[in-house]
Write a new protein. Structure first.
Length: 254
């Protein structure tokens, strides 16, 4: 009987340790997800300085960023014509116009940067998905953009990454960009450039790139320097996916 008791105790001890570790993990994630906006602002509104960070020259190769804005109706018509995703369900949701595709660090070697995770968690806390839904209406897209691009930039964590995106969205008045377009419109490339400059007067035509998906407006990409100020776009940022200069561009609505 004593031998059986010892065997049972020996079996239960490691199980208890495993259970304790699981609950410890759950507690950590619960604490992370239930953090208030105040604590997020206190701890995450920090963009690491490219100039002062000298740890192995970690961010020295970054010469700027691209803020990529996607025209949501084009995405829906091309990729989700049946409106299965919430972003494309006009009857249930207010129609999205420009949404943020991502904020992408650019390399001075023209090499594409991606998946630079070094102890930065890939998870997106619930409070981020809820808070920034109006900017990027997909938790999956948020997680992907943080994993692929945010981890390569000078951001301490996902909170800092999405807070910077929100700041840029507000600064460039993106919420009002083409907001009055309520029916499908056709426009020439020069006219489209002038319309963007009128709506975002802090930019000139050399500081953003218009991308098309076929004949439809796909994205506007704003070129930013290391301090997130407008800069002239470089050739490798312009050459792919551009719109045809001699053809009208369709700005669709759903």
């Amino acid at each position: 009987m004593k031998n059986n008791s010892r065997r049972l105790l020996k079996f239960l001890l490691p199980s208890a340790a495993v259970i304790a570790s699981v609950f410890a993990g759950v507690g950590y994630h619960k604490s992370e997800h239930s953090s208030t906006d105040t604590s997020a602002k206190d701890q995450s509104n920090i963009v690491i300085s490219h100039k002062t960070n000298t740890i192995d020259g970690k961010y020295a190769h970054i010469n700027g960023y691209l803020l990529s804005l996607s025209w949501s109706p084009t995405y829906c018509l091309n990729s989700d014509p049946h409106g299965k995703k919430a972003q494309c369900q006009v009857k249930r949701n207010k129609q999205f116009k420009f949404i943020v595709h991502g904020l992408w660090p650019q390399s001075d070697t023209q090499k594409r940067l991606g998946y630079c995770n070094d102890k930065k968690t890939n998870n997106i806390p619930i409070h981020i998905a809820e808070k920034y839904h109006y900017l990027m209406p997909s938790a999956g897209l948020m997680a992907h953009q943080w994993r692929k691009h945010g981890t390569c930039g000078a951001f301490k964590n996902a909170d800092a990454y999405f807070l910077k995106i929100q700041e840029l969205y507000t600064k460039y008045n993106i919420g009002n960009l083409f907001n009055k377009v309520d029916q499908t419109t056709r426009i020439s490339l020069p006219e489209l450039q002038q319309k963007i400059i009128r709506d975002m007067p802090s930019l000139n035509k050399n500081q953003f790139v218009i991308k098309c998906r076929g004949h439809r407006l796909g994205e506007i990409r704003i070129c930013l320097d290391r301090e997130f100020l407008p800069r002239a776009c470089e050739f490798h940022e312009i050459k792919s996916g551009g719109c045809r200069r001699n053809s009208d561009i369709t700005i669709p609505v759903l």
